[in-house]
Write a protein that binds this ligand. Structure first.
Ligand code: FEO
Length: 403
């Protein structure tokens, strides 16, 4: 059975959700599932905007078939070639062979690489560039290039008639859609924001400069609806979510508070992290988050680092290096270009503590980040004699949060 939704005049949601996939990109846990959004516009000409992941192909094809109602498909607009949106292109062309592909020049080699059997069809594609207009009849579509948001060929399609911005991955989020497909039909801040931030930080986070560039272009459009390729569609409070994207893409913290991220083999480093959290609470710091990197997925830790202003890293020394869950986090933070944060360190090492020195080197690779002088070194466990060191660290971290 089809499951489609009208999102604007003549514009139908034909995507589908996957609640079975364990990890998006086989990397990021998605306990709430994920949606693959796709849209059909019915006008004198018909257009399908992107396809869907192979895992939801059955539902997706049924939805497109229903939306078209027996009409031919004139255009298949390819805004993004990543397989979570492009995997069913060949299936669409098989069922609607008359459809002409609409894409930009960067998309062509990707289409041929992923779909060599359709190379002839790709050669017949309509190539569009920034500002070109494709009229479907009443609906005039224009195209906004959005390179590296988050692949090089990405473009947005903007319907000048309905003011719907089809924004590719931008403004997307993890999480299956439960048919309340508009952000104003759910409690987005309560139920979706954490996943939206985790999606942004881990999927698009590296490309903040490019996101800023496309946000500036979007600011010139009278957008009424943002229709992303994942997650809820925005028709109200657009400025609130655009504001989040503006902060995230400038690597600015959302919250002036502290996250303590620790690795701990036997609980001693965890104890120090908790003791620090207690001292911070005594100093009036609110919104403290403490996470164990051995049980918290690194994508969640990354998202917390994108959220908070002040980050405490606590880790044992391991094989003369950094305990691996912490090393993984630091590698991700560098890859995602995290900036503009204050860091503090707790290290542990029973005979040759090295992790603070090594973590400091990694923090030093991040742009515009401050490393507090105060730190805590454990030689196994946090000794009562180190209480002064602990409170000195707490004073420094609390001052950084309150600054
Ligand atoms: Fe949702 Fe970059 O694909």
């Amino acid at each position: 059975m089809h499951c489609t939704h009208l999102i604007a005049a003549d514009t139908w949601y034909v995507g589908a959700s996957d609640r079975r996939l364990a990890k998006f990109e086989n990397l990021f846990p998605i306990p709430r599932g994920v949606s693959y959004n796709s849209y059909v516009i019915l006008d004198e000409k018909t257009a399908l905007l992107d396809t869907a992941d192979a895992s939801v192909a059955g539902q997706f094809i049924e939805n497109v078939t229903h939306a078209l109602g027996g009409r031919r498909l004139d255009y298949l607009i390819v805004d993004h070639m990543e397989p979570d949106h492009a995997a069913t292109i060949a299936e669409v062309l098989l069922r609607w062979p008359e459809a002409q592909i609409v894409c930009n020049a960067k998309t062509v080699p990707m289409l041929k690489a992923y779909f060599p059997a359709n190379a002839g069809k790709v050669d017949e594609a309509m190539l569009v560039k920034e500002g070109d207009v494709l009229s479907l009849g009443v609906h005039d579509l224009t195209f906004v290039m959005a390179p590296m948001v988050h692949w090089p060929e990405v473009m947005f399609t903007y319907d000048k008639t309905t003011n719907v911005l089809f924004s590719a991955d931008a403004f997307g989020t993890f999480g299956a859609l439960d048919s309340n497909i508009f952000a104003d039909e759910v409690d987005f801040a309560r139920d979706w924001l954490d996943d939206a931030r985790r999606y942004y930080a881990n999927i698009v986070g590296k490309y903040g400069v490019q996101v800023q560039a496309v946000l500036k272009k979007a600011a010139g459009l009278p957008i009424a609806v943002i229709a992303p390729l994942h997650g809820p569609i925005w028709r109200k409070d657009l400025a609130w979510f655009l504001g989040k994207y503006d902060l995230w893409s400038r690597w600015q913290p959302e919250d002036n508070d502290v996250v303590i991220l620790y690795g701990s083999m036997y609980g001693n480093t965890a104890n120090a992290a908790n003791a620090l959290a207690g001292c911070l609470a005594e100093r009036g710091v609110q919104g403290i988050a403490v996470r164990d990197l051995s049980v918290t997925d690194v994508s969640e830790a990354v998202a917390e680092c994108f959220r908070a202003s002040t980050i405490v890293l606590a880790a044992p020394t391991y094989n003369g290096g950094i305990y691996l869950p912490m090393a993984h986090l630091l590698e991700d933070l560098k890859a995602l270009s995290l900036q503009n944060r204050t860091f503090a360190l707790i290290e542990n090492g029973s005979w040759a503590p090295m992790s603070a020195k090594l973590m400091a080197e990694r923090v030093g690779e991040l742009k515009n980040c401050t490393l507090l002088d105060a730190k805590l070194t454990l030689r196994g466990t946090l000794a009562p004699s180190q209480y002064a060191d602990l409170t000195a660290l707490a004073d420094a971290v609390a001052a950084a949060v309150k600054a």
